[in-house]
Ligand binder design. Structure first.
Ligand SMILES: [Zn+2]
Length: 481
């Protein structure tokens, strides 16, 4: 299977960081290797304030058009690939398969409708992404981890040396941490007993508090102490000095397993973590009642709350209703599409006349420049005055060129975009009702936020741009046509 790689950085800072393009390429070529994809070409766009636009993206499209046996694009994630809807439509027409490696998704014509839906939403939101910077930071940290340096705050028993940016052994606490492992490995201590013992020995948190039981457990389970660490679910071998041996660590793990009771997994409930109590603002959590009903109730974190229990199937219906509330009737949907087309035509007209006006203005400056130059040659104006004049007019010409360029690049195809939004909103409900639990969670998270539950009333905030559709529908109900 033949593929191309596409990578992009979008601002000068990201380029300076030096990490992002190499990190993207590394991620993508590793992926290609493990998935038996043959990479024919890499296309890299580095955008800065000075050179906007994405020449290589265009080249990639041309390449794919003329090499129809290359059917796959590898890209880090959605916002790397598309900057606007035009890009999205271009690729859609090419009928290639897109691997969004970091998001773990493949998008093609044959994709499951759920994946397509979520992808559509991501594309819509890509242009609103402002969290690029933090992404870059994360990428830099991963590079650091690969070199064996722990990228975060050092765990207890170690110190971050600010000058060398390395992790060093804390001479005060390291012996105490070592002792903690040894005590536990004796088998004579439960976690709570151990917690008290080490507090008396002098091992406490940075603010002098007694370590919690879970903190003690966390230390005992941390491979960092024998020289490895886990960063973003990946295990790395560290450069730092270990405090204990691997065999001691393994012994502790087997004792912990014997000690530990099976973990209750909270996320087996569809809606846990998605709801907030409308009465007191605490989280809504779930539990199984009478061994068969899943019930949701307030955690009562701020004192006893009167919010009654609500069954899961009822909440399910409430969410379905909310998604149904995003559906326009056919007439309204048609109307929106027509209006979009109309306004796009108007904008097209405006852009055309504006372009013509600017080009005329640019040329009139050129004529003046040429005229002044002749005057200079004929000795009508002197050298100093000529320099001053030409400088001013050339500066004005530059401003005009910039304006012309921005008119070109800002021509977003918002008819396509608008139609896609309408289509997604129309389909949300019908998709929801046939999806499984985790797909339902995904869908809710993409479309709604801040969902509060009060008795049996669900109050969500619709995410942009769907909030506009819902507002429109509500207006339609309240007002005559
Ligand atoms: Zn409450």
């Amino acid at each position: 299977m033949k593929a191309v790689i596409y990578a992009r950085v979008s601002s000068s800072e990201q380029d300076k960081e030096g990490f992002s393009i190499p990190a993207q390429l590394k991620l993508l070529s590793n992926y290609a290797k493990t998935h038996k994809l043959k990479v024919c070409r890499e296309f890299i766009d580095v955008e800065t304030a000075k050179t906007p636009g994405r020449a290589k993206f265009g080249e990639m499209i041309d390449f794919l058009r003329s090499n129809r046996d290359v059917l796959h694009i590898l890209v880090e994630k959605t916002d790397r690939l598309y900057r606007n809807f035009k890009d999205f439509v271009l690729l859609k027409d090419l009928d290639v398969e897109i691997f969004l490696v970091k998001e773990g998704e493949k998008i093609s014509k044959e994709s499951h409708s759920h994946a397509k839906f979520i992808h559509g939403i991501k594309v819509l939101m890509a242009k609103n992404y402002i969290d690029n910077l933090s992404e870059e930071v994360k990428k830099g940290m991963r590079e650091k981890a690969e070199q064996g340096d722990w990228p975060g705050k050092s765990p207890i028993g170690y110190l971050n040396n600010k000058a060398t940016r390395k992790v060093e052994v804390d001479p005060l606490r390291a012996p105490l941490v070592k002792n903690l492992f040894e005590l536990y490995s004796s088998g004579d201590y439960s976690l709570s007993k151990l917690r008290k013992k080490i507090y008396l020995d002098g091992l406490n948190s940075t603010n002098g508090m007694q370590l919690s039981k879970s903190m003690v457990e966390w230390i005992l389970k941390n491979p960092f102490y024998f020289g490895e660490f886990i960063w973003k679910n990946e295990r790395y071998s560290g450069n730092h000095q270990p405090l204990i041996s691997r065999s001691l660590f393994d012994k502790v793990q087997s004792l912990l397993r014997r000690d530990g009771k099976p973990k209750t997994r909270k996320d087996t409930f569809i809606f846990s973590g998605l709801l907030i109590c409308g009465r007191c603002g605490c989280q809504i959590t779930a539990e199984i009642k009478k061994e068969k009903y899943i019930c949701y109730h307030c955690t009562s974190g701020r004192g006893k709350c009167e919010q009654p229990y609500v069954r899961e199937d009822i909440i399910d219906t409430l969410f379905a209703e909310k998604l149904k509330g995003m559906q326009l009737d056919d007439e309204a949907a048609d109307w929106i599409v027509t209006a979009l087309k109309e306004s796009s035509r108007n904008e097209g007209l405006y852009r055309q006349t504006e372009l013509m006006r600017l080009k005329r203005l640019y040329n009139s400056h050129q004529i003046r420049l040429d005229k002044a130059y002749e005057d200079r040659l004929d000795g009508i104006i002197d050298e100093k005055y000529w320099i001053e004049l030409s400088k001013r007019w050339r500066a004005e010409q530059d401003t005009i060129s910039d304006r012309i360029e921005s008119l070109d690049t800002n021509s977003r195809d918002y008819v396509e975009e608008g139609m896609e939004i309408v289509e997604l909103a129309q389909n949300a409900h019908s998709l929801y009702v046939k999806q499984n639990s985790s797909e339902k969670r995904d869908l809710i998270k993409s479309l709604l936020s801040n969902c509060t539950l009060n008795d049996r009333t669900l109050c969500p905030t619709y995410r942009k741009p769907f909030n506009h559709i819902v507002e429109g529908i509500q207006m339609q109900v309240m007002l005559p046509r």
